[in-house]
Design a protein around this ligand. Structure first.
Ligand code: NDP
Length: 265
């Protein structure tokens, strides 16, 4: 059988750690395939580029997740509600799309144990995926965002949401940062006057940013929360995509190889 090719589409894509993670999984499985980066400038071309290059599967990152959703032949699972996808599969010439960010997040917070009431900071694409995943799992979720424009989506899905000005605090057990604050800067995702009392009462804090302790996680740690960065979310969205790419169930060894791949250079 000829070698299957998988890619990650993004712009920029150079920084992506998906190839090292996915190639480690393919190697562990002895799968005849290779996973590469594909810099894509025009998101509207995503389906044609995918098919013309005869790619077997792809991941999709910023800024193409919505384009990938609208261009797919068929969208499956929770992605239908999220309206953004991060995985393409070529099924007999048809482009089938999935969102593995949402279940990847749920898998990543399993280590906290039971979670009942979540405060989700941010209202971008990642917040949409996380809030719907929580809602589907019957976990209460409230979205808190800096500005009002992006809140319409959550209102339409009956998800409680507000801006900083309108926020009414309650007891949350997990606080999640899905904003990009703290990614390249030292900002907190919301004013400290809002965050500190909430973190004092919470047990857990999760940041979607990975590979560093953001100001948000540092503040959560100071307030005695158990903290976790976004590495496991990245790993599990990758593992779930890998299972779709290879049509296998990833075992412990494969997941561990992918984790090591992610950590490597
Ligand atoms: P979007 O650009 O879609 O959304 C960004 C959100 O962050 C908006 O709600 C925006 O608020 C808010 N925001 C940005 N800067 C600030 C700030 N200084 N203070 C307060 N709020 C701010 O981004 P995504 O949802 O695609 O990604 C969000 C983060 O999640 C990124 O850091 C990304 O790297 C990470 N991520 C991690 C994954 C993983 O696997 N670990 C997977 C996917 C994403 P406003 O509406 O007011 O502008």
């Amino acid at each position: 059988m000829s070698k299957e090719t998988f890619v990650i589409f993004g712009n920029p894509v150079e920084h992506s750690k998906s190839p090292q993670m996915q190639n480690a999984g393919l190697k562990e499985l002895n799968f005849n395939g290779i996973y590469k980066k594909h810099l894509l400038e025009n998101g509207n071309e995503i389906k044609n580029v995918f098919l013309e290059n005869n790619y077997k599967g792809a991941n999709i990152t910023v800024p193409h997740k919505e384009f990938a959703y609208t261009n797919a032949d068929e969208v499956r699972g929770i992605a239908k509600k999220i309206h953004a996808v991060n995985t393409y599969i070529n099924e007999n010439g048809k482009v089938i799309a999935y969102n593995t960010d949402a279940p990847g997040f749920l898998k990543a917070i399993e280590s906290f144990g039971e979670v009942k009431n979540v405060l989700l900071l941010g209202a971008g694409g990642t917040a949409k995926a996380i809030s719907l995943a929580l809602q589907e799992s019957n976990i209460k979720v409230t979205v808190l965002n800096r500005s009002a424009e992006k809140l319409e989506f959550f209102k339409n899905e009956n998800i409680k949401c507000s801006t900083w000005d309108e926020f009414k605090p309650e007891e949350f057990d997990l606080i999640v940062n899905s904003t990009s604050a703290g990614l390249k800067d030292e900002y907190l995702p919301a004013p400290i006057e809002i965050l500190e009392p909430i973190l004092k009462n919470a047990s857990f804090a999760f940041d979607c940013v990975y590979g560093k302790e953001t100001p948000f996680l540092a503040l959560a740690r100071e307030n005695n929360c158990k903290i976790k960065d976004g590495e496991d979310m990245l790993l599990y969205q990758g593992v779930l995509a890998f299972e779709l790419f290879t049509n296998t169930k990833a075992n412990k060894e494969t997941i561990e190889a992918m984790r090591q791949g992610l950590k490597g250079e």
